[in-house]
Design a protein around this ligand. Structure first.
Ligand code: ADP
Ligand code: MG
Length: 234
């Protein structure tokens, strides 16, 4: 579904992604872990065409990534990125109306269903400022789902949340997993990554240092940097 080959991304002289290759198959759930500054967010932003790559190729379903097919990828950000002046349902309707030119009535019905799916049917008319962090993140997930993406990229979806709100967001992601949604999840929630992933990727300094099944990475990591990172995290 996603085929990224030898991606290089630089900011001025600084190489943030140094030849990263990643293949994601339909229905697969991949967790990306690694220290801060290792390039995890930049990788997702390149996959979603928020950032342009300097070298390499990204293909979606065999076609080169472009502004025409990048809406096959949904994205959920650490800080929600909701429009503060729009209600929850308006946030969810926005992209179907603007990008897909869907009629407002149809988009509102769709958005209502998406909010129900994340357990927020009664918050449709609330504004982001009236919602908890966990509720905001669930609106952001509903907003991504409203575009019917083939894959959702999550960038530390629970890192900005108070601990007691993490579970409700992880619960929604687990529900998507049970529905076989294809997902790439950058996370510091090691127990969650271990439970949900088909494959775990460890990044450091712009490279994939090690990848494997959750069992391989968490029980028997080969690379000393992975061992040291996991020791700190667990
Ligand atoms: P991670 O998500 O793993 O913490 P990032 O992808 O956010 O890492 O960042 C990797 C490196 O790239 C960091 O050193 C960061 O400072 C740098 N970086 C990220 N975005 C930019 C940017 N727009 N301009 C310059 N440097 C950036
Ligand atoms: Mg990041």
């Amino acid at each position: 579904m996603i085929d990224a080959i030898d991606i290089v991304k630089k900011f001025d002289d600084f190489t943030v992604l140094d030849g990263v290759s990643l293949n994601v198959k339909k229905g697969e759930i991949i967790s990306v872990i690694g220290p801060s500054g290792s390039g995890k967010s930049t990788l997702l932003r390149c996959l979603n065409k928020i950032e342009e790559i300097d070298e390499g190729v990204i293909r979606i379903d065999g076609e080169q990534l472009s502004r025409h097919n990048c809406s096959k990828l949904g994205m959920v950000f650490q800080n929600f990125n909701l429009f503060p002046h729009m209600s929850a349902i308006e946030n969810v309707m926005e992209a179907p109306v603007i990008v897909k030119k869907m009629g407002k009535k149809e988009a509102r019905e769709l958005a209502g269903r998406m909010l129900s799916d994340v357990g927020l049917q009664d918050k449709a008319d609330s504004y982001p400022g009236q919602l908890s962090g966990g509720q905001k993140q669930r609106v952001a997930i509903a907003r991504a789902l409203a575009m019917k993406p083939e894959i959702i990229l999550f960038d530390e979806p629970t890192s900005a949340l108070d601990p007691e709100l993490v579970g409700e967001v992880l619960g929604v992601i687990k529900k998507l997993a049970a529905e076989h949604m294809t997902m790439v999840i950058v996370t510091h929630e090691m127990a969650f990554a271990r439970e949900i992933s088909d494959r775990v990727i460890f990044m450091d300094k712009g490279k994939i240092v090690e990848e494997g099944t959750p069992k391989e990475i968490f029980e028997d990591p080969e690379h000393p940097r992975v061992q040291a990172f996991l020791k700190r995290m667990m």
